[in-house]
Each structure stands twice: as structure tokens, then as C-alpha cells.
Design a protein. Structure first.
Length: 295
């Protein structure tokens, strides 16, 4: 049996067989731990993570998206490798903290954050909150004022059609998520002028389940362009440039795996000289994969 990206082996004798996971018969695992249970092969996750890490420039940080699989063993695996954790709810903040993640390594992103969730995340001192809307920015500012603190904020941006590429978009169009690129300037000035907000950078939103490396490279190129413009507009360096997630895995017959070798070559060309640009001298370039690592 062959599944792209996954190694599953069978042992057969006299026409019967038993599934092995990580070289162990599932009956032995079930006997030890009881049922029902989920079984994961750590070596598969290790291979996927190592392959992705090798494809990325050293200046790129990885924040694992908890929503893909919140199992504590997964979270601890990525924390052991100095990854951050991307969360989308107060519950996921608690899961990250329970797994031993430092607050500053937590990135709180995603739509639909409630007022109570924002208050909890701000009180916990999470590393950054990536704001999805002007209303959310107002809420973060008000809560920060009430708590007497200054909150680190990045703004999630929907690029114009030029930056959309072949991504599968969530919600069918860009409007439900983040700030449209064309409407970005007044929102940025609002954040930059707020004494209770610390502007950190840009989070690029395009879509999900991307299997074409050229689409990812086009999006990353667009993100760098937007970040340059933002730095020039606000006369400030960019601390965070989050390219989002979106790295896909094959689901259907005919799907091809994301070509990490070509992605690596493209990123090397894209990033050549970027670090020397004044606006990027202290920038953390970030991706936040989920299903690619755990699916």
C-alpha cells in the first residue's frame, strides 16, 4: 500500500496480515494502551519536518498550526525543535501553554476571536496577535488599555488578485479574512498611532492546500513587496513577515506532492540580498504549516 508522504507497511503470513505502525503490530499497541486510540508514527512527522526545514532559508521560522492536530505529543515534538505554535482560540492558547510553550512563542491568529479570548491572550502575554479587522484592532486596543499593557500586533492582509495565484481560497473570496490590500494604509496608521499597540508586521493570507511551489513563491514575493511598502509608509522596520500556511498534501488520485527541492531553489533566489535591505534587517520570516506536517 502506497500513500504519498506516508509509509505504511504490512506483515503477511498464510494469507492473513496485520498493520504495522512504526514497525509495531497494531494489536500490540492496542494491548498496551487500550482502545479506542489514535496511533501516530513519530518517524513520519520527523521526516516531514526535516524535509521542510531543509527547504527553508535559515531566516525562516516555523510555527506549527495547532488546529491541524492538537495532540500534546505533536506540540512537544515541535517545541523541542524550537518551533513556535500558532493558535486560533483561547483553548489552543491553553493547550500550547500546557505543552510547555513560552507565551512569547505563541502566535494568535485566525478570524472570529471573541472579546474574552482576546483578553485572555493579552493577559497571558502571547507573542503576537494577528488582527483580522478594524473591529478586532479596536478591541485589542481597548483591552490593552484596561489591562495597562502594550500588545504586539501584526495585520493580516489579503493581497490583490496579483498575489492570489492558484490557491484554494477559504470562503470563496478574500473579504471574510483580514484587510484587503487596497484598504491597508488607514488601518496601518491606526495601529502605528495607538499607544497601546506595538506594530510588528504583516501576515499574508491567500488560501490553503497549495501543491504548486510556483504559487507559494508568487505569494511570498507578493508578501515581501507588501512588507516593503508598509515599512516605507510607516518609516519603521518589519519585525514579522508571516507568509501563513497553505502547504498542501495529496488527497486525490493525480495529486502531486509539493516539490520541496524546487521550493528551496526558488526561495534561495527570492531571498538573495533581502536580509541586507534596511527594512528587513531584523525581520523574522515565518510560515505556519499544519496539515503538511501532521496530515
Amino acid at each position: 500500500m502506497s500513500i504519498p508522504g506516508v509509509c505504511i507497511k504490512y506483515w503477511r503470513s498464510d494469507g492473513s496480515g496485520e498493520l504495522l505502525v512504526g514497525g509495531m503490530p497494531v494489536s500490540a499497541i492496542a494491548s498496551r494502551h487500550g482502545t479506542p486510540l489514535f496511533i501516530y508514527d513519530r518517524s513520519v512527522v520527523e521526516k516531514k519536518y526535516s524535509a521542510l526545514r531543509a527547504a527553508l532559508p535559515d531566516c525562516y521560522a516555523i510555527s506549527y498550526s495547532i488546529k491541524a492536530n492538537p495532540n500534546p505529543a505533536f506540540l512537544q515534538f515541535f517545541l523541542e525543535r524550537n518551533c513556535g505554535l500558532e493558535v486560533a482560540s483561547a483553548g489552543e492558547v491553553c493547550q500550547a501553554r500546557s505543552a510547555g510553550c513560552l507565551p512569547e512563542k505563541i502566535l494568535f491568529a485566525g478570524p472570529g476571536k471573541t472579546e474574552d479570548e482576546l483578553k485572555f491572550a493579552i493577559a497571558e502575554g502571547v507573542g503576537e496577535i494577528h488582527a483580522e479587522s478594524e473591529l478586532e484592532i479596536e478591541r485589542i486596543s481597548r483591552i490593552s488599555k484596561e489591562l495597562g499593557c502594550r500588545t504586539r500586533v501584526a495585520v493580516r492582509v489579503n493581497p490583490n488578485e496579483e498575489g492570489q495565484g492558484g490557491a484554494m481560497r477559504m470562503g470563496g473570496k478574500s473579504a471574510p479574512f483580514g484587510i484587503d490590500e487596497e484598504q491597508l494604509e488607514p488601518v496601518l496608521r491606526r495601529v502605528a498611532d495607538d499607544p497601546f499597540l506595538e506594530f510588528r508586521g504583516i501576515h499574508l493570507f491567500v488560501g490553503t492546500q497549495i501543491l504548486d511551489h510556483t504559487t507559494l513563491l508568487a505569494q511570498y514575493t507578493k508578501g515581501i513587496e507588501i512588507a516593503r511598502n508598509v515599512s516605507r509608509l510607516l518609516a519603521t522596520p518589519i519585525h514579522t513577515l508571516d507568509f501563513g500556511g497553505g502547504l498542501g498534501i495529496p488527497y486525490f488520485p493525480g495529486d502531486s506532492e509539493l516539490n520541496l527541492d524546487q521550493l528551496r531553489e526558488g526561495l534561495q533566489e527570492l531571498m538573495a540580498g533581502i536580509a541586507e535591505e534596511e527594512c528587513f534587517t531584523h525581520t523574522t520570516f515565518m510560515i505556519e504549516p499544519g496539515r503538511f506536517l501532521s496530515g
